[in-house]
Every structure is written in C-alpha cells, then in structure tokens.
Design a protein around this ligand. Structure first.
Ligand code: 9MR
Length: 363
C-alpha cells in the first residue's frame, strides 16, 4: 500500500531524513514490488511468445477520458495487446498536487488500477518537468532551499503513491543543442534539482527504476551526448539512476539511422533504456500508400533497434490511434498527424505491422 505523507511539506527533506523515513515506512510492512521492470512483461499479441521470452514489453500511453470510448478501451484493455501503460497526463504535477500538500491521485489511480487488473506494467510519468505545473509552483519566487524542498516533497509523494514501476523522475532537461534547458528548476537550483529528485524518488521506492526521459535523443547527436554525460556524472557521484527514456517522437522518413548505436552507447553506461513515447508523424496530410509504407518501415526501424539491444526493456507508443485529440500531435503541430499505428477508425495501419516486424514476430 502506498503511503501519502502530506506532513512532509513541513519538514526539510535532507537525504538523511529521507533515508530514515524510508526505513521506518518499510518497517511498517510495505510489500516489496517487483525488482526488475524488464522481467514483468505480460502476455500480449505482440509480446506473448517472443517478447516475454526476450523480456520486452509493448505498451501505450492513455488518458482517462479515452477510457469511456468502448471500442478504444477494448483494444487498450486486451491482455493480448498491451503489456504496459503510461498515463499521458494523470500523474503530472498539475494533476497530482494542484495546491501545495494537497494530493489528488484519483485520475491516475484509475489508470493504475486498469494496469493492475490487466497484469500490465505501469510507467510513472513524471516528477519534474517544466510543463504541466500548477500555479502555486510557477507563480512563486522561490529561494533555492525552498524550491529544493518542493521538488523533494513532490517526487517523494508521487513515487511513493504509485509503487513498483519505472518512473520518469526527470523529464526533458536539455535543449536540442545539448545545453541545459533554462527551466524554473535549472534557473533556481542549477543542475542540483536532478540528484535531489532522484534521491527523493529512491527513498520513496527503493525498487522502482528511476529514469531520465527526453526527446530528440533517438539517434546520436549533441542532445544524446549531453544525456550520456549526465548519466556518467550522476553515476560517478553515486546518484541513483537506472534508465534513460528515449521518447522517439519522430517524423516519417526522417528517423535517425544510428538508433542502435545510440542505444548501445546508453546501455554501456550501466543503465537500461526504453522507447517511452513512440510516434511517427506525417508533416503533410493525408498520407498516400507510399507514405504509410515508409511509416511502417520507420516504426520497424525503431522497434527493431530496441529489440536488438540488450538492455532496451520495451517500447511504448504515445497513444495508439490517430482518432482526433487522442494523439497530441495535431493539437501541437497543426496540419500534421496520423502518427500512430491504428487509424482514426481504430483499424491497424501498416505501422502496426512494422511494430510486429521490428519485434520479429511472424504475421
Ligand atoms: O500527450 C500529452 C498531452 O496529452 C498533454 O496535454 C501534454 C501536457 O501535459 O503532455 C503530452 O505528453 C508529453 C509528455 O508528457 C512528454 N513528452 C512530450 C509529450 C507530448 O507533448
């Protein structure tokens, strides 16, 4: 059972205090969650025979409102299809702590419950991002010690609540050129917010895999290099970090050609990797048959790279249907879209078969 500790906002969460709390809470008899997210894969049409044996999962992001769509829900809930779920919004700061110390878990609890009932892995997403923040966080001028406390409290409480899964503790810390993104976290705490958050998450759940999640790091390049350097620095300093989430928001025909090399370089740092938010968008709509075939090849290339790299634990699509508003792409990049493996009528597209091909599953 996860424990909510609103009183934590009253105290300064030094690492020592966090550790003492963790020991005390463990003594209260909390069940030990599964240790290795990569071994908990569940049956799926995509992962049943081949994937489970190879310890890979295939999953999707979802949102609460979509759960009311019966046809969508049937695919999402099908135990033979998805072995993993990520709430696209429900665990974000704005949703989970709209006022300081007031935690609202119900939304993401619904998705967590769905995952639990279906025997699916749940990825936690996310603790510290520059986006989806409540006003009480963004509208206050914080001193560094105050903000450090805010970060630690939030990460501790949400990771504690949804126990036993991988967690994107840090989301999108870099600019595309590999420099640090100047968020409110960075501007006030410099890079210290990263170890602070990771330590707090570790104390909250000693078993979950702690990830740093980022986009445009699918192939090698300055942003991927900065991520590798960050992981090296954190590990050298003894900071708990176990995985890099390669989001993989891509464009048809523009998928990097050195994905495998990049994933291998990440894994060589002593961490696992996961493809956490896969979609491949068309810049011009509607796509023709050749475009859909290219998208199939793009999905295949990304999934195959993960399947071939030992230490890549699974692939999550950032929702699975092009149905209006289910995918974030058309809302963010108007005029583009059709990025998902199922079309807007919930029919499987060539991209779906690209996923099977990438995992090496006969069809
Ligand atoms: O897909 C998500 C969308 O539904 C939310 O409105 C948005 C803001 O919370 O976040 C989207 O997901 C983002 C993810 O959390 C981080 N990587 C980029 C994703 C697309 O913006």
């Amino acid at each position: 059972m996860a424990v909510n500790l609103p009183f934590l906002r009253l105290v300064s969460l030094t690492p020592v205090l966090l550790l003492a709390l963790a020991v005390a809470l463990q003594a209260l008899g909390r069940a030990t969650p599964p240790r290795d997210s990569s071994t908990a894969a569940t049956p799926s049409e995509l992962n049943l025979a081949a994937l489970a044996a190879r310890k890979l999962y295939f999953g999707t992001a979802t949102n609460n409102v979509e759960l009311n769509d019966t046809a969508y829900f049937e695919i999402l809930d099908d135990f033979k299809m998805f072995g993993q779920i990520t709430p696209a919004k429900g665990m974000k700061w704005m949703e989970t702590e709209p006022e300081r110390g007031i935690y609202t878990f119900a939304q993401a609890d619904q998705i967590a419950q769905l995952a639990k009932q279906g025997g699916k892995l749940l990825r936690g997403h996310n603790c510290v991002w520059y986006n989806a923040l409540p006003g009480w966080v963004t509208n206050t001028t914080w001193t560094a010690p105050e903000l450090a406390e805010v970060v630690q409290e939030h990460c501790f409480n949400i990771v504690r609540h949804w126990e036993g899964q991988a967690w994107d503790v840090i989301n999108e810390p870099f600019n595309d050129d590999g420099t640090w993104r100047e968020t409110m976290w960075f501007n006030t705490l410099n890079t210290t917010y990263i170890p602070l958050a990771l330590h707090a998450a570790r104390v909250a759940d000693p078993h979950t895999k702690l990830y740093i999640n980022e986009y445009n790091i699918t192939g090698t390049g300055p942003k991927a290099t900065s991520m590798k350097n960050l992981i090296k620095d954190l590990k050298r300093a003894g900071v708990p970090v176990h995985g890099v989430g390669v989001q993989a928001h891509e464009t048809v025909g523009e998928v990097p050609t050195d994905i495998r090399k990049n994933l291998e370089e990440l894994v060589a740092l002593g961490i696992e990797v996961a493809i956490t938010e896969l979609d491949v968008k068309f810049n011009t709509l509607p796509p023709n048959a050749a475009g859909l075939e290219q998208q199939r090849r793009d999905y295949e290339a990304i999934v195959a790279a993960c399947a071939e790299v030992k230490g890549c634990v699974g692939v999550t699509v950032w929702d699975f249907t092009d149905k209006a508003s289910y995918s974030w792409i058309p809302g963010t990049f108007p005029g583009t879209g059709d990025a998902c493996p199922w079309d807007d009528d919930l029919n499987k597209k060539p991209a779906y078969y690209g996923i099977l091909d990438g995992f090496g599953i006969a069809r």
